[in-house]
Write a protein of this length. Structure first.
Length: 421
């Protein structure tokens, strides 16, 4: 009850912009959850092999990596709301187009377009939340943001699997997937309603409390250094994630012959566990500090990743996936809060875009590598190999993060319990 009251008090303290952003984020993530959990099967149903799946994922990530820095700079200059509006409209239309096209060239072209368009939302939402909050609110704020995003993905993943199976009772397999994808696209587009109601003032992005917290401000040179150091850590994690995360649904289908609904359920439970872990994250920060909390959570995920890699039992694989997903991702809001607190307000968009660019670069580079390994070595040793490589990359990335940022660690950093009446 005390934990609930603490979080309820935090949510009530946020302004209208933050609450509308939460709503927009939930709608986009439900839509994407539906879309992404089932799109690999759409490509397979069209008769293409895993190499095409790899190309589609790779091109999406490559496009995002290419546009993120220009989009981040544009977000800093032109305003967050404009870019989020453009991103929501263009991504929604492109997702709808992807639900209809059937040729390989168009599948890849629209995948590239998705990466370009969605980047405008990605680079704007974190700086927007930072600018509409006080420094002491941000660890909880980002935890709620990522938890809500993950919970929305849970709903989307569940709907994706269930709707496809329901539609398949009355229409052929390809059409059942297509109808599900169209529903996902429509839900994504509905985020336009709360985004249009956001209120942005370009006169000043720095609140009085931010100025007080920053005192003399953070020089641009120091901000660039922080951005670069974070980027190296994210690059290693991104390379590891790019090997396995886009193909988890195919992993369960290939190794265990699981149904769409069961795969959707497992992935949804993993995202639900992540949401819970993100909510608990601030309590870990209070005990260990931000840097140690991130590293400990990431390190604890590695045994479960290896369990998923080598088990031949579906339920053990699902259990390993749940814990790996929750622990590895629980540190994301903590990491984001730390980065946002260390860079100048005028560079928050750039910092977020660089961070996401290198992560997406990892996905773009490693997507074809992963599918190639699985095709060569099969559903057991192929997936076992890529999961093991991922564990090694995560280990290196987490160790680097601790060595580089341990001097910034301060228990209770950035967290103040809200006053309750």
């Amino acid at each position: 009850m005390a934990l609930y009251q603490e979080w309820a008090s935090h949510i009530k303290s946020y302004n209208r912009n933050v609450k509308l952003t939460f709503l927009a984020n939930i709608l986009t993530q439900v839509g994407l959850g539906i879309f992404m959990v089932i799109y690999n099967f759409y490509i397979r149903e069209l008769g293409f092999n895993e190499l095409v799946n790899g190309k589609v994922i790779s091109m999406t990530s490559l496009a995002t990596a290419l546009i993120l820095i220009p989009a981040g700079i544009l977000s800093d200059k032109a305003g967050r709301k404009k870019l989020m509006l453009f991103g929501a409209i263009s991504t929604g239309f492109i997702l709808f187009a992807r639900s209809m096209v059937e040729t390989q060239s168009l599948l890849i072209l629209f995948a590239f377009g998705t990466g370009l368009a969605s980047a405008f939302i990605q680079v704007s939402i974190i700086p927007w939340l930072a600018e509409n909050s006080k420094p002491e609110q941000r660890v909880h704020l980002f935890s709620i943001h990522f938890a809500a995003m993950t919970a929305a993905n849970v709903v989307g993943s569940l709907l994706g699997g269930i709707l496809t199976d329901l539609f398949s009772l009355v229409v052929p397999g390809l059409e059942s997937i297509r109808y599900t994808l169209i529903i996902g696209s429509a839900l994504f587009m509905s985020a336009l309603i709360p985004i249009m109601r956001l209120s942005e003032s370009r006169k000043s992005h720095i609140s009085a409390s931010d100025i007080k917290g920053k005192t003399k401000g953070i020089p641009h040179k120091a901000s660039f250094k922080i951005i670069l150091l974070f980027a190296v850590a994210q690059l290693m994690i991104g390379f590891g994630a790019g090997l396995v995360i886009p193909y988890l649904n195919l992993y369960f289908a290939d190794r265990f012959m699981a149904s769409n609904s069961l795969i959707g359920l497992v992935i949804s439970l993993g995202q639900g566990a992540t949401a819970v872990a993100m909510i608990i994250g601030p309590m870990v920060v209070r005990r260990l500090g931000e840097v140690k909390a991130v590293v400990v959570l990431q390190m604890l995920s590695l045994p479960f990743l290896l369990l998923t890699a080598y088990t031949q039992n579906f339920w053990l694989a699902a259990l390993g996936f749940l814990f790996r997903q929750a622990l590895m991702n629980a540190g994301n809001p903590i990491q984001m809060s730390l980065m946002m607190s260390k860079v100048d307000d005028s560079m928050k968009g750039l910092a977020n875009s660089v961070n996401q660019m290198v992560f997406n670069l990892g996905w773009a580079v490693m997507g074809p590598v992963s599918t190639g390994i699985v095709l060569k070595y099969g559903s057991y040793w192929g997936y076992a190999t890529v999961f093991t490589i991922t564990a090694m990359l995560y280990l290196v990335g987490s160790t680097y993060f601790f060595v580089v940022f341990k001097s910034m660690d301060k228990p209770k950093s950035g967290i103040v319990r809200p006053k309750t009446a």
